[in-house]
Design a protein around this ligand. Sequence first.
Ligand SMILES: [Zn+2]
Length: 208
Amino acid sequence: MYKWGCDGSQQTRFKQEFESNSDSDANIFQSSFVPLQLSCNQENKVIWQNPLPSSTRFCKPIGIRFVKEIADITNEEISYVQNKINLLKATQVTQTNKTFLVKHVKMLAMVDAKDCNAATDTKSTMRCYICGATSKEFNDLSKRKDINEDSLQFGLSALHARIRLLEGLLHVPYKLPVKKWQLRNKKTKKIGDTRRIQKLVESDSRRS
Ligand SMILES: [Zn+2]
């Protein structure tokens, strides 16, 4: 059993240039996989278990591309690798006159929110990719929504977990002058420049 996934990274290009001007390594998109477990189906026995599944130690790259990570690229990569996985044949291993067939099971489990959104065709990062709830609906716990069962393979959406609760609380006083949580038009943006207020508050607290 393996897990696989893909992610992009960006870097600022400095002095090193390529021979051809059209080449660039400013954006890198890589897919990789990690072997997790080798088990025997007949006896239900675990033969090998990755001792460090979250470490890069056993992580192998599938491919590296010099492209920017956008939804289309992620989708393209997922379907490309998924197709290749479907074509995988069991590996034959012969040892002490016995032949073993090793089947490869690969799961798309190394994903970030960007991958989940791309794979489930969710356009907004503020929308849950499982139930489609948006910021307006998160506080209404009585509301039950139909879920997209295919998306459950990616696990729970972090949007429901309230992991940034305290940050949210901090932003309440910052945004008191505008009384809006998202600053859309120019006027409110000017008054509620949260970063500016944040800096003022921080420098004030440092002084006292
Ligand atoms: Zn949801």
